[in-house]
Write a protein that binds this ligand. Structure first.
Ligand code: PHB
Length: 371
């Protein structure tokens, strides 16, 4: 395998990537204190992966009302900002780059996760089935008023300012997977009849307003977004994703943001079983239709391997890949690929979302494995 294309440097907006092996946002839930401040094991975990083209943090909630999981580190208190600064400084001291994935869970949250506060969403429609961590059934969200939408936009802006204070190299808006931005984008969850619902322009409005705030804080060269146009996670589907995302990506192109990360959902059997059409039936090849619309960096995400990453980059389908599970079980993934060493595929699903260092810090580095 000739892996050299993965090591071809890439200019992503204002950020220079030394390689195209990037780390996806990964929920790990290791914040065991009530203040949700990043801790020492997180500093070490991220630091071990500093060689990545860039690192995306786990999804980082912007307010008390925006968590979907327990033990997620926030970015809305001074102490959290200080905690993240330690993570960021450590990455920078190793020559790496790290961007925060900024997040509001909307209707995917639970009131029990946010001190009893009601959960918010675009429309009073609940996610069918059990919460992703098996906690309980989902709740019917309160349909946000225009004032409440404005409040959330302000919180996104404050979160970006906090990320800047913590020293992050940039921010990624979490616009995928059925969290608040995605809930407004797609029409299975957005039935509003005001300026934030109905047409693709209206449903894209919250997303684009938040992107504008991020650009105001970081500059367009340090802002990106993750989207999942045909993903079914959290009971999501759009009746015409080609039309919706063509519009959205053209608007993002006008704003000249640095990157778009696309979740390449390829679930032919529609495993989530909400009765929606399968992802591939809606848009068989996301990169074929969206690559021509965007001149910035396009990043592919979803179970890629070095081989499929090389193939896609060589064909010009996308520019880089974010790896998730492979980065969990190979903290030194970049070096292993560079050297052609074997990759560990023994990630331990049972420790993805647990507490402590097990399955978090105990994956061996290749060099120590050889001793
Ligand atoms: C999850 O932790 O299950 C999770 C979080 C964020 C995502 C997707 C899944 O974007």
């Amino acid at each position: 395998m000739d892996q050299s294309i993965l090591f071809k440097p890439l200019k992503m907006g204002d950020i220079e990537l030394p390689n195209r092996i990037c780390m996806a946002a990964l929920t790990r839930q290791r914040c065991e204190t009530e203040d949700l401040v990043p801790n020492d094991i997180m500093i070490e975990y991220y630091g071990l992966r500093a060689e990545a083209g860039f690192i995306l943090t786990e999804c980082v909630p912007i307010s008390e009302r925006s968590l979907a999981f327990p033990r997620e580190p926030g970015i809305y208190t001074k102490e959290q900002v200080k905690g993240w600064k330690k993570v960021v400084d450590n990455i920078h001291s190793k020559g790496g780059r790290i961007l925060a994935q900024v997040w509001h869970a909307g209707r995917a949250s639970l009131s029990t996760l946010q001190n009893g506060l009601e959960i918010w969403g675009p429309s009073p429609i609940k996610i069918r089935g059990i919460h992703r961590r098996g906690l309980t059934e989902h709740e019917i969200p309160h349909e946000m008023t225009i004032e409440e939408i404005q409040e959330v936009i302000k919180q996104f802006k404050q979160a970006a300012e906090n990320c800047k204070e913590a020293g992050f190299d940039g921010v990624e808006l979490h616009g995928a997977h059925g969290y608040i931005i995605d809930q407004f984008l797609r029409d299975s969850s957005n039935k509003r009849t005001d300026e934030y619902g109905g047409s693709v322009e209206n449903r894209s409005k919250l997303c684009l307003q938040v992107i504008d705030e991020f650009i105001n804080v970081f500059g367009r060269g340090r802002v990106g977004i993750k989207i999942s146009p045909v993903g079914r996670l959290n009971d999501q589907c759009d009746s015409d994703p080609l039309k919706l995302y063509t519009y959205l990506i053209k608007e993002l192109e006008k704003k000249q943001i640095a990157f778009i990360e696309v979740k390449d959902d390829n679930d032919p059997e529609n495993l989530f079983d909400f009765g929606y059409p399968s992802s591939k039936d809606q848009i068989p090849d996301l990169f074929e239709v969206f690559r021509p619309l965007f001149s910035g960096v396009l990043i592919a995400n979803n179970q890629y391997t070095p081989t499929t990453a090389i193939e896609g980059i060589e064909k010009g389908r996308f520019d880089a890949v974010t790896f998730g599970r492979l980065f969990i079980s190979n903290p030194d993934l970049v070096e292993r690929i560079r050297q052609g060493y074997e990759l560990n595929t023994n990630w331990d699903v049972d420790t993805f979302y647990t507490k402590g260092v097990k399955g978090y810090l105990d994956y061996p580095l290749y060099s120590s494995q050889q001793k």
